[in-house]
Design a protein around this ligand. Structure first.
Ligand code: F3S
Length: 275
C-alpha cells in the first residue's frame, strides 16, 4: 500500500512559536503555567506537564509565576486581570490571531453588528468576541444568523475556519440587503492545510486525519477530507487504527492538524507502511 503525506500538514508556525515560548519560559522560572492547555493536543500537553509547565484553568487559579497565553489568544479583560495580579505574562498569541483581534476591534469601532464566525466555546472565538465588543454575535454557520442585524454589519472569522463557510455567511447577509465589511482572517497555514488535504483526499482510496478531537482546525480538515473521500478517518494516534479499515486500498493519504507534532504523524505513516 502506498502512503502519501499531504504537502502541508502538521504543526503550524503559530503553534511552534507558542511551544518554543513556553519551553523558554520554563527554563527561567519554576512556576510556569499556561492559561488553558497550550494546544489542542493531549499528548503534547502531557509532555509539557512532565517538563514542568502546568495548566491553569482560570485566572483565579494563578497567584504567582509566569503565565503563557496560548496561540489562541484571550479577551483583553483577561490580559488586564493577569497583569493586575502581578503575574509575568508571556503572550504567545499567534500573530495571525492577533491580526484577527485587531480586525474585530476595528469592526467594533465602526458600530453596528459584528458577526464572528466560529465555534462559540472555542478560546480563540471568546478572545475575538472580547475585542469585538458587546454587539458581537457568534455564528457557527449561516443558519445561525440572528433575525435582526444593525448597520454597518461587520464580519470576522476564526482563523481556522473554512473559506466556504465564510462565503456562505457573507452571501446570506447580502441576501438580506446588507453590504457587510468582511475581514477574511482565515490564516495562510490553515488554507494551505485545507487545500492540500482536499487535493490528496481526491486521489487516494482512504485518508487518515491526525489531531486532537478538540481541535477545530483538525475537525475542519476531517470534514474536507470526508467530502472528497468516503474512507476518511480521524484519529489522535496510530493506536486507534486497524488494518481492516484499509482493506482493498492501494493508496492511503495522511494529513494532520496544526497542533499535531511530526512524531505523531510519523507513527501513523510507519504503521500504514507495515500493512
Ligand atoms: Fe496561527 Fe494559523 Fe497556526 S492562526 S496558530 S498559524 S493555524
Amino acid at each position: 500500500m502506498k502512503v502519501i503525506r499531504a504537502k502541508h500538514a502538521g504543526v503550524c508556525y503559530g503553534v511552534e512559536r507558542a511551544l518554543d515560548m513556553a519551553v523558554a519560559a520554563m527554563m527561567d522560572e519554576d512556576n510556569t503555567y499556561t492559561l488553558g492547555p497550550l494546544i489542542h493536543n493531549p499528548k503534547v500537553v502531557e509532555e509539557l506537564r512532565e517538563r514542568g509547565v502546568e495548566v491553569a484553568e482560570s485566572v483565579d487559579d494563578l497567584e504567582e509565576g509566569i503565565v503563557v497565553i496560548r496561540s489562541h489568544g484571550v479577551e483583553p479583560q483577561v490580559l488586564s486581570a493577569l497583569r493586575e495580579k502581578g503575574l509575568t505574562v508571556i503572550d504567545a498569541t499567534c500573530p495571525h490571531v492577533a491580526k484577527a483581534q485587531r480586525s474585530a476591534g476595528e469592526l467594533r469601532n465602526a458600530g453596528g453588528t459584528v458577526i464572528v464566525i466560529g465555534r462559540s466555546e472555542h478560546p480563540e472565538v471568546k478572545g475575538l468576541c472580547g475585542h469585538a465588543g458587546p454587539r458581537a454575535v457568534v455564528v457557527a454557520d449561516a443558519s445561525e444568523l440572528p433575525d435582526t442585524l444593525e448597520e454597518p454589519v461587520g464580519i470576522v472569522v476564526q482563523t481556522t475556519e473554512s473559506k466556504e463557510k465564510l462565503d456562505a455567511v457573507v452571501e446570506a447577509v447580502r441576501a438580506r440587503g446588507f453590504e457587510p465589511e468582511v475581514k477574511n482572517t482565515i490564516c495562510f497555514a490553515t488554507r494551505q492545510r485545507q487545500n492540500s488535504a482536499a487535493a490528496l483526499a481526491e486521489e487516494v482510496d482512504a485518508i487518515v486525519v491526525i489531531g486532537g478531537k478538540n481541535s477545530s482546525n483538525t475537525t475542519h480538515l476531517f470534514n474536507i477530507c470526508k467530502a472528497h473521500c468516503d474512507r476518511s478517518f480521524f484519529v489522535e494516534s496510530a493506536e486507534e487504527l486497524d488494518s481492516s479499515l484499509f482493506e482493498g486500498c492501494e493508496t492511503v493519504g495522511v494529513t494532520a492538524g496544526a497542533s499535531t507534532p511530526d512524531d505523531q504523524i510519523q507513527a501513523v505513516v510507519e504503521y500504514l507502511e507495515t500493512l
